[in-house]
Design a protein around this ligand. Structure first.
Ligand code: APR
Ligand code: PHB
Length: 393
């Protein structure tokens, strides 16, 4: 057994784990990231590409926004289109005076990795059998690397290991309270090397939702709602384009530049929150503690707001000797998490076809959209939520 010591052990090297490591590093707080996968694997995962205002500001504050400012696109809002009803633009600029950014999570992951490598941060990739020990006493994390057993003793463990990681399971079953909705459909997504539509666009259609997203001037991402039981092989490119174009109004469909897909995948939709986010010396952040369906693109943004709260709590502990923010981390992070769960759930309900819905549900959905079309108060509320709530002091 090889023994080592650090202040903060971070399990998981996704965006949450790496951002936390970076902020702690900048503040001189020793930490180690333990990641089960290889760097190449982590870097290749394709995820959403909408950054809330607060996420973009956090990247700027920590020197990670150069490429976003150069190659990403500031956006004034997003478009909703609806079969046989007028279009609606979620006008962030008008209602909040702020913008969001079109910038892919894959790029952020790359920049974080480069930044951490350059600063000599400690990251262990391909760490097997990661296990959390004595999280309410003298915490440590054990793991196997290249066949050798290691023990990393620490003051705190931050579980940033996604939905399937071991950290959440280290909180006793009778302490944890889990809230969940699993949706009876998935998002079938493709990447295509063609110029994207101008706006992120969500389309409601009686066949199911469709969506247009963007990565860069020559890379587009499109999605269609599909039964979760469908296999990728069921969806040829031709079938995908036909479904997508039918769900978009003609004027927009005629602007979509189709082409061969360079990636195709099916994502299940789930809403999930585990409370509390703290147990002894263990803190959960990102997908380890909660999942949102992709409608609204809150996943990465929530991971970053958790990291903001958690890094502030750890910095205040080490640099100012106060545990105030550590003690309220779970409660404060959960307030924002529930707000994002709420908007993600409402947008998902409004924009998708649910197989078991009856005509009453359908009228409710239409009435939600009509309220948005007709009420400035509803428009302002949605803009505020889509932009992302401010972080609490
Ligand atoms: N040991 C070490 N690392 C692990 C383990 C384990 N046993 N289990 C999982 N991990 C790693 C995963 O390999 C992954 O790289 O934890 C990391 C978690 O990363 P993400 O799943 O990307 O989660 P997070 O960093 O919270 O980012 C949330 O990513 O999943 C999207 O939609 C989500 O955009 C959101 C964001
Ligand atoms: C994406 O960029 O892939 C994306 C954008 C907005 C969403 C979901 C996904 O709501």
């Amino acid at each position: 057994m090889k023994d080592a010591k650090t202040r903060v052990a971070i399990i998981g090297g996704g965006p949450a784990g790496l951002m936390l490591s970076h902020i702690l590093g900048v503040n001189g707080i020793a930490n180690v990231v333990l990641e089960r996968q290889s760097m190449a694997y982590v870097a290749s995962r394709i995820r959403a590409g909408v950054l809330e205002y607060g996420t973009a500001e956090l990247l700027k504050e920590y020197g990670l926004a150069d490429r976003m400012l150069r190659e990403g696109k500031a956006k004034n809002g997003a478009l909703i289109v609806w079969e046989n009803r007028p279009d609606f633009f979620i006008d962030l600029k008008k209602w909040t005076g702020k913008q969001m950014w079109a910038w892919g999570q894959t790029n952020i992951q790359e920049d974080l990795h480069d930044m951490l490598t350059a600063s000599g941060a400690k990251m262990v990739h391909e760490a097997d059998e990661v296990a959390l020990r004595d999280v309410t006493g003298n915490p440590s994390v054990t793991y196997v690397k290249d066949g050798i057993q290691h023990r990393l003793s620490c003051d705190f463990i931050c579980g940033c290991d996604g939905f399937h990681g071991p950290s959440r399971q280290a909180i006793p079953r009778d302490v944890r309270r889990e809230f969940e909705r699993v949706y009876p459909f998935g998002w079938l997504g493709i990447l295509v090397e063609r110029p994207p539509l101008e706006n992120f666009t969500y389309a409601y259609h009686s066949d199911g939702m469709a969506m247009a997203a963007q990565r860069n001037p020559m890379l587009s991402r499109y999605y269609v709602q599909a039964p979760i039981t469908d296999r990728i092989e069921d969806w040829s490119d031709d079938r995908f384009w036909e479904a997508l174009l039918r769900r978009f109004p003609n004027d927009l469909a005629s602007q979509v530049q189709t082409g061969p897909s360079i990636e195709k995948s099916m994502a299940p939709l789930r809403s999930f929150v585990s409370e509390p986010l703290r147990w002894g010396k263990l803190f959960l952040a990102g997908d380890a503690g909660h999942i949102v369906p992709p409608t609204g693109a809150k996943g990465l943004n929530l991971a970053f707001s958790d990291v903001f709260y958690l890094s502030r709590a750890l910095c205040t502990h080490y640099l100012e000797g106060s545990d105030h923010y550590l003690d309220c981390y779970s409660e404060m992070a959960l307030r924002r998490i529930w707000a994002s769960e709420n908007i993600s759930w409402r947008l998902t309900k409004m924009l998708h076809i649910f197989p078991d819905d009856d005509p009453f549900d359908q009228r409710m959905r239409e009435s939600d959209y009509d309220l948005l079309l007709g009420s400035e108060a509803a428009q302002k509320a949605l803009a505020y939520e889509y932009l992302g709530l401010p972080f609490e002091d």
